[in-house]
Design a protein around this ligand. Sequence first.
Ligand SMILES: *Cc1c(COP(=O)(O)O)cnc(C)c1O
Length: 497
Amino acid sequence: MLRGDPNEILERLQQLRAADAPTHGGHVLSYVYDSGLAELDDLASAAMRAVQSVNGLDPTTFTSVAVMEREVIGFARDMLGGDEDVVGTVTTGGTESCLLAVKTARDVWRAGGGVGQPRLVAPVTVHAAFRKAAHYFGLSLDLVAVDAFTGAVTASDLVDRLGPDVALVVVSAPAYPFAGLDPVAEVAAACEQAGVSCHVDACIGGWVLPFWSGASLAPWDFSVPGVSSISADIHKYGYAPKGASVLLQRGRDRQRLQYFATTGWPGYPVVNPTMLGSKSAGPLAASWAIIHALGRDGFAELAASCARSTQALIELIGTIDGLRVVGTPVGPLFAVATDESVPIERRVDPHHWADAARAAGWMLQQQPGLTQGDGSCLAPTTHLTVTPVTESVLEQLFEALVRAADAVRAVPPVAAEAVLAALPAELLQELSAPDAPALDAQTAFGILRQIGLVAEGGDGGLPQQMAPFLALIEALPHPLTERLLTELLARVVEPPG
Ligand SMILES: *Cc1c(COP(=O)(O)O)cnc(C)c1O
């Protein structure tokens, strides 16, 4: 029956994979969460395979799904300080958990008599998934500025925004950009008093902070009164393959509003706690297997490794002239900015630094600067996510980070004007006008070419030097950059003409 040779097909896949950023080995410090345990990865893939043909849509037909989900939720609930009042759902990832937290809070607000457009209050550092959620579910976004130097939000700045139209306040444990642990207890207490939902986004911290020993953390989980829901990604520090997160809700009645149910069509009754219909049970099975294999002690050991490496890296950055770690990071991640307290000739631009590290085989994540609603500016940074595997390459990584800094020290940041010079001034003015018409696909593609982001006959890969690209993101108006990046990503998957 098969018309293609499976071996040849798989060989082709191996070739394609060889061009990917390496998912193992610790050279990629974002996107991938490597436990460094080959036997854990093998177990996860065997578990995925065992349920390959199962439809995760219906836990009454495929009862293994119900058992695994119940056990994963039970583990997560204990880990996150929940009692028997806390219930939950396994979702396909952090974004889905965040979307569902917002949808549920909106519906709780409506059920409580809220009318008109609900508002979502959060620090500007809240994950972009909440912008997506507000956009999808029709909430207005009220983003609170953080301290421009430390990236930390002040509790009262959030609490001051509470009002009858607020359906949800989101705080993070920690927030992704600078790894700050938001003031959960203060905010949750005020929310409880005002009768407003309070979500803790622990997508990145949820499976590692519970095991973070040493420094005593301010409480941020269900032990804090007023926390109504928590998201925690198993496919981050739960080391599961992509496609697994949990959303826990305090109170059955709240969680029932998360569900969508209809018997109003001629087909089978649809009753879903999540956004998808038919879905893979693979990431759930892998998560379940990993939890049974590691247990709390295993997670604690892996967290301890992350903590040692993170501490060592933060100390190292402190010794590199011209760089500084932003704020007080909590958990296995942090961001690095230019140390502006030293003279210009000793400063290191974080984006050039990341480009130099990348040229040596280490992938750090560049984050653009941002002007906040209050006019203050968050500096451009480079983000590092530390995982257990990092410890096995720590010495090499140290050396690469020091060398990269030495290589670019005193090189000024890419000037926005230089990047924009590739565009005719008239065009730029036209594009940046507030009433500029929407760009059609052909025009947007033409601009991408003009600024050198897509090469003739290019393979869709990004340029080697990312610093100019980041400078561009900062220099152009957000709607324009968003449109151009949409074009870039859409073209990446377009079949050739
Ligand atoms: C990763 C992350 C998310 C979104 O999760 P995805 O799994 O990428 O969809 C949300 N919040 C925080 C803090 C995150 O780190």
